[in-house]
Design a binder for this molecule. Structure first.
Ligand code: CTP
Ligand code: MG
Length: 217
């Protein structure tokens, strides 16, 4: 049985002031609703936990028609919000962790991650990096990693629930995604193809791109 933790508790500092990013609307629906629309088409997902800012729990719960979706308050970091979601999962042997800030990830990416999770313990979707990436310190280039070995990582990221729980048991402040925790526990993380539609909405420019994308969907 597969569960989903949808992390939507960030404030979105580079977007609308006062409105949590996941509740910002594109084409009349919030980013969170767009995510749930897609997830509704992925049959294997049976248990859904949505993690939102504490101040929004009641309003989000009231806005959802599916009574089985659990809505819970998140924490100060994404990592803490994932842990808040993990405490609510009941039956899931496998879990997907997905950013509400990536509302247009197609259902086939969810299915690719789930297919690979059948014989892997951890799976992430990623796309090739098209720009040359440099490591820079104090305005000076330190290093240029080989581009053919670099990918940009997206969500949903899939894990055996027990592995994700164990990986979250220790303190590790510089974590930016769940796979990093699992990697540090020495567990291989499989990579599958993501989608350009899986980009993360961070700035007003991204919102404008999203609106255009919906129009030609
Ligand atoms: N997230 C969360 N709890 C937090 C921080 C982030 O659930 N304390 C979620 C966001 O809602 C988002 C995902 O993690 O769906 C990725 O985070 P990010 O894009 O960084 O969102 P924000 O932190 O809200 O945005 P920003 O960093 O631009 O302020
Ligand atoms: Mg953030």
């Amino acid at each position: 049985m597969t569960g989903l933790i949808l992390v939507a508790a960030g404030s979105g500092t580079r977007l609308a002031a006062g409105v949590p990013k996941a509740l910002v609307e594109v084409s009349g629906r919030s980013l969170l609703q767009h995510c749930l629309d897609t997830v509704g088409g992925v049959a294997r997902i049976r248990e859904i936990v949505v993690v939102v800012p504490a101040s929004e729990v009641a309003a989000v719960r009231a806005s959802l028609s599916d009574a089985s979706v659990v809505v819970v308050a998140g924490g100060a970091t994404r990592d803490e919000s994932v842990r808040a979601g993990l405490t609510q999962l009941v039956d899931a042997d496998d879990v997907l962790v997905h950013d509400a800030a990536r509302p247009f990830v197609p259902a086939d990416v969810f299915n690719r991650v789930l297919d690979a999770l059948v014989d892997a313990q951890a799976v992430i979707p990623a796309i090739p990096v098209v720009d040359t990436i440099k490591r820079v310190r104090d305005g000076v280039v330190v290093d240029t990693p080989a581009r053919d070995e670099l990918v940009a990582v997206q969500t949903p990221q899939g894990f055996r629930t027990g592995i994700l729980r164990a990986a979250h048991a220790n303190e590790d402040p510089d974590i930016t995604d769940d796979a990093m925790r699992v990697e540090r526990a020495g567990i291989p993380v499989r990579v599958v193809a993501g989608s350009q539609r899986g980009f993360k909405i961070t700035t007003p420019f991204d919102l404008a791109v999203a609106a255009t994308m919906i129009e030609d969907r």
